[in-house]
Ligand binder design. Structure first.
Ligand SMILES: Nc1nc2c(ncn2[C@@H]2O[C@H](COP(=O)(O)OP(=O)(O)OP(=O)(O)O)[C@@H](O)[C@H]2O)c(=O)[nH]1
Ligand SMILES: [Mg+2]
Length: 204
């Protein structure tokens, strides 16, 4: 009997916001819970993903990394997701980090073409509070569009950003999307339990 489809989680956010850091923390947490993950990554930034790092995360994840599961998007996203769905019947999660320059809405058709409904796409928007000015001015439209598609906002770098900037980031998100769930995190530490619970339970 075929298992249900893997959950699909997108880590969106602008260049350098913390997508890869969050993704690595997430794999680590999921590997601890013996979940099987595939990663699709668009671009390797300054925090690279390599097999050595993966080896630390335990055999199950490493096993998947032996193949082509950690792909750059040489082929289209749609083909990559279909490949994962066809080749692996034991995947629990597909984690995807698009490029920080990508408009997330452009990615949705590829995912829905693979049989996911739009509301099944768990889009986590990573909002670096040190960049509020940039988002307010130059990237405002992209910010609005990204935020509107996201299921939750992670305001990270709370160890570096002064509290007033964190608050400003939160207010900015809430102004655009009233009621949006904002989780504050220092991604150099553990993910906060609330996020882990959402991911594991599938209730976002
Ligand atoms: N202090 C601190 N640094 C963070 C946090 N989150 C991410 N960083 C740092 O921010 C920098 C960029 O993080 P990445 O995870 O590479 O960001 P990205 O969004 O993947 O970047 P691109 O893929 O290049 O767009 C790295 O030096 C991270 O260590 C955080 O919560 N606190
Ligand atoms: Mg990255």
């Amino acid at each position: 009997m075929k298992k249900r489809r893997p959950e699909i989680v997108l880590f969106t956010g602008f260049l350098g916001s913390g997508k890869t850091t969050m993704l690595l923390k997430t794999i680590e947490m999921l590997a601890d819970k013996e979940k099987k993950c595939a990663i699709i990554i668009n671009e390797i930034g300054d925090v690279g993903i390599d097999n050595r790092q993966m080896r630390k995360l335990g055999y199950d994840v490493l096993d998947l990394f032996g193949g082509c599961v950690c792909c750059t998007l040489k082929v289209t996203l749609e083909a990559t997701i279909n490949h994962l769905l066809n080749e692996y019947d034991n995947l629990d999660y597909i984690l995807f980090e698009p490029s920080g320059m990508a408009d997330p809405s452009a990615l949705y058709p590829a995912i829905t073409n693979c049989g996911y409904r739009e509301n099944e796409i768990h889009n986590v928007f990573i909002f670096d509070p040190l960049r509020v000015d940039l988002y307010q001015v130059h990237l405002n439209q992209l910010f609005r569009d990204s935020l509107n598609l996201s299921k939750i906002v992670v305001i990270n770098k709370i160890d570096e950003a002064p509290p007033e900037m964190v608050l400003q980031a939160r207010e900015m998100a809430e102004n655009i999307k009233p009621g949006v769930k904002c989780l504050m995190m220092n991604l150099n530490e553990e993910l906060i339990p609330e996020f882990s619970r959402m991911l594991i339970s599938g209730r976002w």
